[in-house]
Structure formats: C-alpha cells, structure tokens
Design a protein around this ligand. Sequence first.
Ligand code: ADE
Length: 222
Amino acid sequence: MRLDVFTLFPEWFAWFAGQRHVRNAVELGSELNLLHYRDSTPLTGGQVDDAPYGGGAGMVLRVDVVDAALHRAYDSSHDSPRVILLAPSGRPLDEPLAAELAQERHLALLCGRYEGVDERVREHLSDDTVSIGPYVLSGGELAAMVVADTVLRKLPGALGHADSAVEESFSEALDGAPEYPHYTRPASYRGWEVPEVLLSGDHGRVREWRLERSRERARSSA
Ligand code: ADE
C-alpha cells in the first residue's frame, strides 16, 4: 500500500508516522508520503488559496494548486492512485469503506484547509469524497490520519498479531456488529467481577458468550 497525503501541514503527520503500527506497515513495505501543496504551486510567493467567488468569509484552496500537486506527483508514473478528497460533506467513513480502501494498492488523500476547497477538485480531480463524521474540522489532516490509521492497521502484519484485526468491531467475523467486551486480571476488583464463563476454560461457551454480547451491543446501538 502506498499512501500519499497532500497537505499544507505535513509536520502534523510526524507523530502519526512514528506510531508502532504505522512503522510496522512501513517496515513491511507500505509507504506513507507527505506532499506539500506549496512545493508545487504554480503561483508566486507560495500562494495556494484565494477569496471565494461570490464573496463570503475565509479562503478557498485553489483547483490549479491541487492539480499541479497531482501532476507533479503522478505525471511520470504509470501508477495512478485512487484520489480521495477529505471533506465533511463526503461519504461517511465506516468499516466497509475502510476495508474497501485497504484493498487499494495506492491512495492519495487530499486535505482541504481554510473555508474549503474549490468544488472543481471534487468534480474533476478526485475519485471519492470521504467524511469522518458530521462535524467540521479545521482541515482534512486529522481526517486523513483517521483514514490512514484504519486502513494501515488492516494490512497484514501491521498490528504485529495476525488475528488482531480479524475479530474486532464491525468485522465480518462478527457479522458487522460491535466487538464483545474484554476483561483481564484481576478477576475481582472492588467487587467488580469478570464474568464466570471467561474463567471457565470452556472455549465453546466463551465463543458463544462473546457472540451473544456482540449481538446484544448491535441491538442496543441500533
Ligand atoms: N475536513 C473538515 N472536516 C472534515 C470531516 N468531518 N471529515 C473529513 N474531512 C474534513
């Protein structure tokens, strides 16, 4: 998996890139590249944004700036990525979409800033628009990290344990339901007991109990 993130704030990703599962994914052959819109802007003085036509507050990221960044990154390569614009009005990110994105060999994530991004970026330069939720962030960077996180952790080996991402919330193994509750030592703490079945050593009963708790959670969150 190659992930290219286009942003005006590449330094935001330094912390993210240092996290264990991201480093694991990179060591196993994935790439996380940060591309700064300013490095390829065709405008003078590093300009990347402009006032909105029709008036209004704030600045809008220009379409020619985003186009130039994509051209610079991909013109000489045969490998064209699936281009995803991050915006609050996009398709809501959920587990099926994350699983679909994790199948891609190459993703480009376009972070917007300011008041927004020129609509022609969505219309002509991106394949999908994705939202991480019905609220407005000050830019697409945190949203890009959320997408990158959920995608990278699905890659084989990223979690350091082959089964870790298989039977988790919303996975196929749980029929898309939330995960069952987990407990660890101590078995009794301030009178709060771990369910007896988990201490029983009976794998069949444990499995049944877990699936039932998972279904129960699905029902109560529906
Ligand atoms: N950019 C600003 N808000 C966003 C959101 N909720 N999801 C994706 N990108 C965004």
